[in-house]
Design a protein around this ligand. Structure first.
Ligand code: FES
Length: 157
């Protein structure tokens, strides 16, 4: 996108990609945090793939950049350090285990609550990492902590 277009159209600016760091650095640290158009995000490098999402957990605003990554049902998830909610890195779905109360002998099954954490797009160009905020129009639970009065990062006056 032509940077001049972004300046003329503030809505477009919000969705323009932002350079957040160097590929060599995130490959070493395996995660980094960034502010992209006043939105706090965390970027993970896990098994050769990049994933970006809102940094505050959709449940109560926990710091996802301090969580551990573990596989559940074969899907890599960030485990929120506050109450251990599991969020898939690839899609932002909240996972939980359920059992059939009518069949107590049944094994607990992993289920999805749907997309709870907003996922953003990561691209790599010339060794630099860029994040483009999600334009998906649906209301995502993590928006609550990424915008409005619970937002940690404030726009500069
Ligand atoms: Fe993340 Fe509660 S704040 S699990």
């Amino acid at each position: 996108m032509d940077p001049d277009d972004a300046v003329q159209n503030p809505e477009e600016k919000e969705y323009s990609s932002v350079c957040v760091g160097r590929e060599a650095d995130i490959k070493k640290s395996e995660r980094m945090t960034a502010v992209v158009h006043d939105r706090e995000v965390v970027i993970f490098y896990h098994r050769g793939e990049y994933h970006a999402m809102d940094i505050r957990c959709y449940h109560s605003g926990g710091p996802l950049h301090l969580g551990e990554i573990e596989d559940f049902d074969g899907r890599p998830c960030i485990v929120c350090p506050w109450h251990k909610f599991k969020i898939t890195l690839a899609t932002g779905e909240g996972l939980y285990q359920s059992i059939n109360p009518k069949d107590p002998s049944a094994k607990p099954k992993w289920c999805s609550k749907g997309i709870k954490q907003r996922i953003h797009t990561v691209t790599v160009e010339n060794g630099n990492i860029y994040v483009t905020l999600s334009k998906e129009p649906f209301k995502c639970d993590s928006d609550f902590y990424a915008t409005g009065k619970y937002k940690v990062i404030r726009s500069s006056p």
